[in-house]
Design a protein around this ligand. Structure first.
Ligand SMILES: Nc1ncnc2c1ncn2[C@@H]1O[C@H](COP(=O)(O)OP(=O)(O)O)[C@@H](O)[C@H]1O
Ligand SMILES: [Mg+2]
Length: 236
């Protein structure tokens, strides 16, 4: 049954990587409905297919077979240009290695997606300032990534993802390079941002300790969904 306002719907989705003669079935028949404004975790061991699934949800890659919609768009019907445009407008990304631009300050890194969208300078300034303040980095705005700690760099990355006001933010093992205290602070920050900006978050991790605040926990193993647990989120 199609669900109004679904964030994403996957039906029998597979992804096969073919490298020369070798085929890897990274996703083997995924059925999943994700709702908007939830904080979902995808959990599974290394190699289970988390990044592959996030790349599909983020429209960075396309499935080998199956039916697949994100924000009510049937992704297979979009041209490359339409897909790039859709990604730019609606989806933010946060990575394990932060992926900040080394020569730009924290402010400039966060401003960059707005430059791509040709947002006027005055509005860029207001939005970048607000979001840097929200993530607690206003005082560090002129620092470059190398002058920031790992946790601070990931805060910049969170701000950069949010500044576009996307409907969906994907975070692929964003705490994997952080110590556990800093990792929990980043998760708390994302939870706070999720409720403040009503953004949907999908967060992947192989660490089963970090997910007590999820609305939904999707456990994936060998390219298949093993379990989906829906729960009330613990208050922060
Ligand atoms: N670009 C690729 N080419 C070939 N095989 C790949 C590629 N990306 C991932 N895989 C394989 O697909 C499987 C799932 O990988 P991945 O989605 O990265 O898992 P996870 O993020 O859970 O560690 C693994 O067996 C991996 O080796
Ligand atoms: Mg991965």
């Amino acid at each position: 049954m199609p669900l109004d306002h679904a964030l994403a719907e996957l039906q029998d989705v597979t992804k096969v990587y073919q490298t020369g003669e070798v085929k890897v079935e990274a996703l083997r028949g995924i059925n999943l409905i994700l709702k908007r404004q939830e904080f979902s975790f995808i959990v599974g061991p290394s190699g289970s297919g988390k990044t592959t699934l996030l790349n599909l949800l983020g429209c960075i890659d396309v499935p080998t077979s199956g039916k697949f919609t994100v924000l009510e768009r049937e992704i297979s019907t979009l041209t490359d240009n339409q897909l790039a445009d859709f990604r730019n407008k609606h989806i933010g990304y946060i990575f394990q290695n932060y992926n900040l631009m080394a020569v730009l300050s924290a402010y400039e890194n966060v401003e960059y997606p707005l430059l791509l969208q040709k947002i006027p300078k005055r509005e860029r300034h207001d939005r970048v300032t607000e979001i840097l303040d929200s993530v607690g980095l206003f005082k560090r705005k002129h620092h470059r990534p190398a002058q920031l700690s790992g946790g601070e760099q990931q805060r910049v990355a969170v701000a950069r993802a949010l500044v576009k006001r996307p409907e969906l933010i994907l975070a692929d093992e964003p705490t994997a390079n952080l110590d556990s205290k800093t990792g929990s602070e980043i998760i708390d920050l994302m939870l706070e941002m999720q409720s403040r900006y009503k953004t949907s978050f999908i967060f992947s991790t192989h660490d089963t300790e970090v997910m007590q605040h999820a609305n939904k926990i999707i456990t994936i193993k060998d390219g298949k969904i093993e379990n989906v647990a829906q729960k009330e989120r613990a208050s922060t």
